[in-house]
Design a protein around this ligand. Structure first.
Ligand code: ATP
Ligand code: MG
Length: 341
């Protein structure tokens, strides 16, 4: 699946993150694989609860534990497996080599410390910079993310800033140590459309300057179309389709991806109401043995709810897990079977 002309910065293999609760085991992330290349953006899309945030928190080893635990798989970063590195080593990587913009900005900012100080602290922690130097760099970062009167704003506490500004502060903090990987979990969902566009443009711009790999988590396919090179479509803890963005948008293979794209508003059509995918995501406690989308899929055959579909990959690196494209349905000639898992 990997493209050897490009440099891989992060590779996730067979990752499983489960939650062990009184109600049973919730298989939030259940065997996913993806590759992030230097300077590229990988989008992870899917409905609420499909495991996007738990995937990103697993990469940074920030899963609430207990009840959560990475039970299988590896996360390769610079020849290290982040699943097994020591806590101390992970602390050095986190916020320095791999940074994250969290879904909820307020949960990761300290409400009573001026934002400039929080960014400066992150810089001092990772980069042996002096107090004054770190402060100056923090103010520079705030300017870079487009905060007006940065010197003044740096001295303010988070509650004195608007939501859009707080999100920019989060981005400034995430980028202060020029990470090689940035994980952005719904970085713009809480913001209005104009600020959303500005923030996405800002991330893109900084990505170009710094050459970082970005994992963009979103349920917004418009954001994906605009910012991502590759897309992984998640459904109930699995990646059901994966590949270059233009392939996924032009020729979606999985019925779930097709449903997601059909539910997008179309510019040139008179739509009375948006189409939605009928039914609900299965409970993570009662994951069935077959394809987890089977109960909602209009193409489903008996095998779909009996056996987990194999991963099929086309020559262009577009892959899908769906029985529709395998033997029992008549194999599509340019699709080959690569795994049994
Ligand atoms: N503390 C927990 N205990 C048990 N299960 C949990 C816990 N936290 C998360 N989960 C499980 O993990 C699943 C995936 O959650 P996750 O936050 O990754 O979804 P998401 O795709 O990020 O959704 P959203 O789009 O709403 O942010 C949830 O459906 C839930 O069952
Ligand atoms: Mg989430």
């Amino acid at each position: 699946m990997a493209d050897y002309h490009k440099e891989i910065v992060l590779e996730v293999k067979g990752l499983k993150t489960h939650f062990f609760t009184k109600k049973g085991v919730s298989k939030a992330v259940d065997g996913i694989d993806f590759v992030l290349y230097k300077g590229e953006t990988l989008g992870i899309v899917g409905e609420s609860g499909c495991g996007k945030s738990m995937t990103s928190l697993s990469i940074l080893r920030l899963i609430p534990s207990p009840p959560g635990k990475i039970v299988e798989g590896s996360i390769l970063f610079k020849e290290k497996d982040l699943v097994s590195v020591s806590n101390e080593e992970m602390r050095k990587i986190r916020g320095n080599e791999i940074s994250m913009i969290f879904q909820e900005p307020m949960t990761s900012l300290n409400p009573v410390i001026p934002v400039g100080e929080q960014i400066a602290e992150a810089i001092r922690l990772h980069q042996k910079a002096g107090k004054k130097e770190a402060w100056n760099k923090a103010v520079d970062m705030l300017k870079l993310v487009g905060i007006p009167s940065a010197e003044k704003r740096a001295k303010q506490e988070p509650f004195q800033l608007s939501g859009g500004m707080r999100q920019r502060v989060m981005i400034a903090m995430a980028l202060a140590c020029t990470p090689e990987v940035l994980i952005a979990d719904e970085p713009t969902t809480a913001l209005d459309v104009t600020i959303q566009a500005q923030i996405l443009a800002l991330i893109k711009d900084l990505q170009k300057q710094l050459g970082m790999g970005v994992v963009m988590i979103t349920h917004d396919l418009g954001v994906v179309a605009e910012t991502c090179d590759q897309v992984a479509v998640m459904y109930a803890g699995h990646i059901v389709e994966y590949g270059p963005t233009e392939k996924i948008f032009q020729l979606p293979k999985h019925p779930y991806t097709q449903g997601l794209l059909d539910s997008l508003p179309k510019i040139n059509e008179d739509q009375e109401e948006l189409r939605t995918i009928p039914g609900n995501v299965p409970s993570p406690f009662e994951m069935l043995k077959g394809c987890r989308f089977a109960s909602r899929c209009s193409h489903a055959k008996p095998i779909c709810s009996e056996k987990h579909p194999e991963l099929l990959v086309s020559e262009e690196g577009h892959s899908v897990r769906c029985w529709k494209y395998t033997d029992s349905w008549g194999k599509t000639p340019n699709w080959t079977e690569v795994s049994q898992s």
